[in-house]
Design a protein around this ligand. Structure first.
Ligand code: GLN
Length: 185
């Protein structure tokens, strides 16, 4: 399996390190041609507005949206989750619209700009350490979207079939449970 990591901006190198820790091969996706031969996709954290501009400059917006809809495993983290969302606020901006969630950007406010917390759940991700950096909040989820992890009542890890979104950064810890689940689902 070759995992494509969107590498136009943001923390794609951290995702590549996490993938190699799991023994997975990865390639950097910067142009539509780089999507060929990719079996899974990761959309990293960074600055979603900048990513949107670069996606359009590289004519990568539509091919990336199509790849995300093709049924392969997809993980978007933080800005990557914003790109996947159907609706984005604060302010409104366009997105790939692949996952039926509404997100509000930078929703924790200045005092909580960045924080680390341990998430508890009944499921297999209990005790995951979650790093939030200028994170969005998922304000609503569609009927087919499963809420996998929550933090203080807000969904922070969701999935719809093979497409997963985290508002935090699993690639910044050595815990590979989430990444493994995405790639083996
Ligand atoms: N605040 C960024 C945005 O709105 C996301 C931050 C991140 O990816 N860590 O795009």
């Amino acid at each position: 399996m070759t995992v494509g990591v969107l590498a136009i901006q943001g923390d794609y190198a951290a995702h590549q390190r996490a993938l190699s820790a799991l023994g997975r091969e990865s390639v950097r996706v910067k142009t539509p041609a780089h999507l060929e031969g990719v079996d899974a996709l990761i959309l990293p954290g960074g600055e979603s507005t900048t990513m949107l501009k670069l996606l359009e400059n590289e004519a990568l917006f539509e091919p990336l949206a199509a790849a995300c809809r093709s049924g392969m495993p997809v993980l978007g983290t933080c800005a990557g989750a914003i790109l996947l969302a159907k609706h984005v606020s604060n302010p409104e901006q366009s997105s790939l619209g692949v996952l039926d969630i509404s997100v509000e950007r930078n929703a924790y406010g200045r005092q909580l700009d960045s924080f680390v917390t341990t998430l508890s759940s009944d499921g297999s991700f209990d005790g995951v350490e979650a790093v939030f950096i200028r994170a969005p909040v998922i304000r609503s989820t569609g009927p087919d979207v499963e809420i996998v992890l929550e933090h203080e009542g807000d969904p922070v890890l969701v999935r719809c079939g093979p497409v997963w979104a985290a508002t935090f950064h699993p690639e910044m810890t050595s815990d590979t449970r989430i990444l493994s689940a995405v790639l083996t689902a």
